[in-house]
Write a protein that binds this ligand. Structure first.
Ligand SMILES: [Fe+2]
Length: 358
């Protein structure tokens, strides 16, 4: 069943703020209610009023950096298409960062139709780069579950995502990446990365997650909160209302996750969580929960742009004007630092977002 999108005023879009954005957020150990009374948020011209950490900013990046992740999605690879060149350029650009990421987290739609030949394109581009397959942590998108006429694929109606069809396509994905399950977790540089694959998909683009899967996530988030470990949850589709697809006319709004109430509640109960998604193909956006007095609180939600068919607006898609965009997430003990990269011309764009979240 389709959810009504959550009201956007419950969230603050941090990437929309002008100037170098520095956000103070209440301690992750504080419940959301505490966040609304004790935190502050200013940016741009008000930045001088901030309780900015003494080592904030680019000069400090060499010190105290715990982990760095490149967040990419929506490669849409297929043999003999421009997307493989865009992916290759992206990897060369990331390899030239001053700090090589600890891992590249890939939020789905790696292959345009979920075909083995398309996964082979991914592997061949990686083989020609300075990265290894082990540098990538991947999750499945909706495109990997498309109906096609591939040999061996169950012959079903393209609108009918049967259990047989989904099992076949998900089997191709897990085989290609040597995974035991669509959903799994890893620890990288002291951070906990959870890749969340959907266990429900009724049509071309409406993910949802079973109670069992959300229970599994909740247990890990609770344990990470107890241990003081940061959790990065990666899934392909954003939660509607917490992504750049602000308008119901844009792809990725209704054509996105459904039945997410419990998932959202679980994430919202863990202020130190970082929820990462792709799917929209729009330029990256970072969102925080809006506290009762209008201040931003954790957790944060990051929607990343796209490598294969990134667009600034819908007209770009129709005109075939594609760019490659991604996010670089740096994690410090008491803060997050997010930068936004346009790989097509090797430039940083949008204002960086710095978030204090202990
Ligand atoms: Fe997608």
């Amino acid at each position: 069943m389709m959810n009504e999108p959550i009201e956007r005023r419950r969230f603050l879009k941090l990437t929309a703020l002008a100037g170098s954005t520095v956000i103070a957020i209440a301690s992750g150990a504080t419940a959301l209610a505490g966040c609304s009374s004790g935190s502050s948020s200013v940016s741009g011209s008000d930045a001088e009023k901030l309780p900015v950490p003494s080592d904030a900013g680019s000069a400090a990046k060499a010190n105290g950096l715990l982990a760095s992740f490149a967040l990419i999605s929506d490669l849409h690879l297929a043999p003999d298409t421009a997307q493989s060149t865009m992916f290759s350029q992206t990897l060369a650009d990331i390899a030239a960062y001053e700090q090589r990421p600890d891992a590249i987290l890939v939020a789905g739609d790696i292959a345009d139709h979920g075909l083995t030949a398309e996964f082979d394109v991914f592997k061949s581009v990686v083989a020609e780069s300075s990265f290894d397959l082990s540098d990538f942590i991947v999750t499945i998108g909706n495109h990997e579950q498309f109906e096609t006429d591939d040999p061996g694929e169950p012959d079903e109606d393209s609108e009918d995502y049967t259990a047989e069809h989904l099992a076949f396509k998900r089997g191709l994905f897990t085989s290609a990446f040597d995974l035991e399950s669509l959903s799994y977790d890893k620890h990288v540089a002291g951070q906990h990365v959870v890749m969340l694959g959907p266990d429900n998909l009724d049509n071309i683009a409406n993910f949802s997650f079973s109670d069992e899967l959300v229970d599994w996530l909740e247990e890990m988030l609770d344990e990470d909160a107890r241990l003081g470990v940061r959790t990065i949850v990666v899934t392909h589709e954003p939660i509607p209302g917490v992504s750049p697809s602000a308008s119901s006319s844009q792809w990725g709004y209704y054509n996105s996750m459904v039945d997410y109430d419990r998932l959202l509640d679980v994430v919202l109960a863990h202020p130190r969580a970082i929820f990462v998604s792709g799917h929209t193909h729009l330029q990256p956006g970072v969102y925080a929960v809006e506290g009762g007095d209008g201040t931003p609180c954790g957790p944060i939600f990051v929607n990343e742009g796209a490598i294969g068919r990134g667009i600034i607006d819908v007209e770009d898609y129709e005109a075939g004007r594609f760019i490659s965009m991604s996010v670089l997430l740096d994690i410090y003990k008491d803060r997050l630092y997010l930068r936004f990269r346009k790989h097509t011309d090797q430039t940083w764009f949008l204002d960086p977002v710095e978030i204090q979240i202990a």
